[in-house]
Write a protein that binds this ligand. Sequence first.
Ligand code: ATP
Ligand code: PRP
Ligand code: MG
Length: 284
Amino acid sequence: MVLRIAIQKSGRLNEDSMKLLKECGIDIANGVNKLRTEASNFPIEVYFLRDDDIPQYVEDEVADIGFVGENVVYEKNKKVEVVEQLGFGKCRLSIAVSRNEVYNDVSYLHGKRIATTYPVIVRKFMEEQGVDAEIHEISGSVEIAPGIGLAHAICDLVSSGSTLFMNGLKEVETVLKSQAVLIKSSHLNEEKQRLLDKLLFRIKAVKRSKNNKYILLNAPNDKLSEIIGLLPGMKSPTVLPLAESGWSSVHSVLKESDFWEIIEKLKEAGAQGILVVPIEKMII
Ligand SMILES: Nc1ncnc2c1ncn2[C@@H]1O[C@H](COP(=O)(O)OP(=O)(O)OP(=O)(O)O)[C@@H](O)[C@H]1O
Ligand SMILES: O=P(O)(O)OC[C@H]1O[C@H](OP(=O)(O)OP(=O)(O)O)[C@H](O)[C@@H]1O
Ligand SMILES: [Mg+2]
């Protein structure tokens, strides 16, 4: 029995999807133009597909699981379950209009034509907002539409905003925030679910390691309790005596998001020689 996973063949999600599987200790030969391959050390078979097709393959049980953007999951609206956010492919689906337009709120879009590759999501958003707009579906190069008179507005993916900027557009509404997710079929048998649980255990360990840093520092013993109070740690910080009397080495794990603030406080409290080290895997 193998778990069949669908990932993007080429494009924005391909590299990070392959990287995540590798970080999970799964060795996959990435043969050029090979659309189907097996891992040598985990019962998994990988299908390389167009990202738009992945929800359909999973609904049809041709693949058991897939890595795909939330934007595609919501647009395709297939019967699949979203199991885990993967932390890459972060972007947003936004409405943009020409930079010269005066835009105050969504009522601007009333009676206007919006070009997009996401007609389902945009239609739902317009309904929720009570705006009656015409949705014009196109399959790519969406940002060109206002400049050539095809539409008044567009709805497309944005991350840095440089594509919008280069095309004389400004972002005016965020419709959806998106990142890559793991989706699964609703009909996995027990054995496949067990394989998925094994993969998920590894994915969570990899994700956690990316969100945390290992920190080592030297502390004068009279400041130890104050410094320990600043450090969360997995259970509690490790404290070891230094060769020089009156000093200790303190080891702990810090969340990336809290990192700079805590470092500043540690310095103020008398910590010295602070080292910060990436964590490769983190199992709790
Ligand atoms: N600029 C971006 N920054 C981050 N993530 C993005 C960006 N653009 C798209 N994504 C995410 O990556 C996914 C794949 O984007 P990509 O542009 O490679 O798709 P595509 O051209 O439709 O590819 P395919 O050939 O597989 O159909 C998107 O659905 C989205 O979730
Ligand atoms: O805000 P930015 O950082 O400029 O990114 C946004 C662009 O990225 C995506 O396209 P991509 O470059 O993947 O090309 P594609 O349209 O051929 O898929 C998306 O469709 C936007 O055009
Ligand atoms: Mg696509």
